[in-house]
Design a protein around this ligand. Structure first.
Ligand SMILES: [Zn+2]
Ligand SMILES: [Zn+2]
Length: 437
């Protein structure tokens, strides 16, 4: 349980730094997700980057934010914006981000609220705070320069998901670049992030120490497996996150297996509609529109039943924690010709993790053995180890701050490689202030 008492329990110092730039992670410094980072100059100009929560069971929350006028939200994943309603309601903070991020945020907050009710976990904000947060957005186009006191700020494309932004800040003394969650590789949905010159690079290190297999190889294995399943008369259930992965999977299937009958269910349908309203965020807007017209969107109970005869069902939740994917699994599990194909990382404690490790999954609270073929594919849109190192090099960053990372497994190999290339590397710890001269 978080008992925030606004202005009294924050770990953030009350006076500005004497010189340089101070940064201070409220969360996400030495962990994945749960991000909140305050940065400030000696004049007292300060800003918050992201304010999320980690949707683990039970969820994790960042430290309490100080009173702050402006926050930049890099993208619409819950680990980057989950606590924004608290911020807006208690501190009347303005949220800066792209307009697609702003549009999707409402859906993410509503869903987070719903899940907290269902699972019975506490949230530091309630439904009314969502309305305040929605009216707190000030949106910016990619490339647009705006000002905060003497700072100049700009959002640039981060790859990752549509609307995701990196934040570029020019203070009186430093050029800062925060990647948010980023990927320098293209996906079906978005173009990769482009490096740019900066003094201090704050880079996410989710995949430190890990190299992604080539996209072509992953797609080939994925396509081959689907062909195997459909050739034997089965249905492939493809659990996918609503925000990014669902659309990526539908586009991949449309491109490589256009002869198949593909049905799509879950919140990803609404996200796709919003993405298509923002073609400037997409790598190939026409390709998403074509794929979307081609697939069948499930919108009723009878559509759901029809989907059980499809070749593929793409559905939320991506980690099989409730949602329509559980409804489908409960019906598909009787026929061994069917298969489950995960499209991303399955977190500790998730239904998907249990299915992979133990061959069973909770269905309506009952631990149920599943006798279907299960396979896992990595369609991650986070930069892998080499992408992170190359990106930092091309940014010519003197200092690199690695955050959004596992401090034990992912960060040490990044520190080693970045230091050997001459960068000064910082390894932030939540709740501790650091000043870069
Ligand atoms: Zn994240
Ligand atoms: Zn993300």
């Amino acid at each position: 349980m978080v008992f925030y008492s606004p202005g009294r329990t924050t770990s953030y110092p009350s006076i500005p730094p004497e010189d340089g730039i101070r940064y201070h992670y409220l969360g996400g410094g030495n962990e994945v997700g749960n991000v909140g980072c305050v940065f400030e100059d000696p004049k007292g100009t300060k800003m918050l980057l992201d304010y999320g929560l980690a949707p683990t069971d039970p969820p994790k929350y960042p430290h309490e934010a100080p009173k702050i006028k402006d926050a930049v939200i890099t993208h619409s994943h819950i680990d980057h914006l989950g606590m924004a309603p608290w911020l807006c309601s208690n501190h009347r903070t303005t949220l800066h981000g792209t307009s697609l991020t702003a549009k999707i945020s409402q859906m993410m907050w509503n869903d987070c609220y719903k899940v907290s009710r269902l699972e019975g976990y506490p949230l530091a904000w309630d439904k009314r705070d969502i309305d305040i947060a929605i009216s707190s957005w000030k949106t910016h186009d990619f490339g647009e320069i705006w000002e905060k006191d003497s700072w100049k700020l700009r959002l640039e494309k981060a790859g990752h998901i549509p609307g995701a932004a990196m934040l570029n800040v020019e203070t009186d003394t430093h050029k800062l670049l925060f990647t948010g969650d980023f990927d320098s590789r293209d996906s079906q949905l978005v173009s990769g992030a482009k490096p740019e010159k900066c003094d201090i690079l704050f880079v996410e290190g989710t995949y430190g120490g890990k190299e992604h297999p080539s996209k072509e190889q992953t797609i080939k294995q994925f396509v081959d497996r689907i062909v195997e399943v459909t050739d034997r008369g089965g249905t492939a259930l493809i659990p996918a996150f609503a925000n990014g992965r669902t659309q990526d999977m539908v586009m991949t299937l449309h491109k490589y297996l256009p002869e198949l009958d593909v049905h799509v269910d879950g919140m990803g349908k609404h996200v796709a509609k919003l993405q298509m309203e923002h073609p400037e965020t997409l790598r190939d807007p026409g390709a998403l529109e074509d794929a979307w017209k081609w697939c069948r969107r499930v919108s009723s109970k009878s559509d759901k039943k029809k989907a059980l005869d499809a070749d593929c069902i793409v559905s939320t939740s991506g980690m099989m924690d409730g949602g329509p994917s559980i409804w489908y699994l409960n019906r598909l599990r009787m026929d061994p010709r069917n298969a489950i194909m995960f499209t991303g990382y399955q977190a500790e404690g998730s239904g998907g993790r249990m299915l992979i490790d133990e061959g069973c999954i909770p269905i309506w609270n009952k631990r149920t053995p599943i006798d279907l073929e299960v396979s896992q594919f990595s369609f991650s849109t986070h930069a892998g180890h080499s992408e992170i190192i190359n990106f930092a090099e091309k940014c010519e960053a003197e200092t690199v701050v690695i955050y959004h990372t596992d401090p034990n497994s992912a960060r040490p190999p990044l520190v080693k490689d970045l230091e050997s290339r001459g960068h000064v590397v910082h390894t932030p710890i939540n709740g501790e202030s650091v000043i870069i001269p």
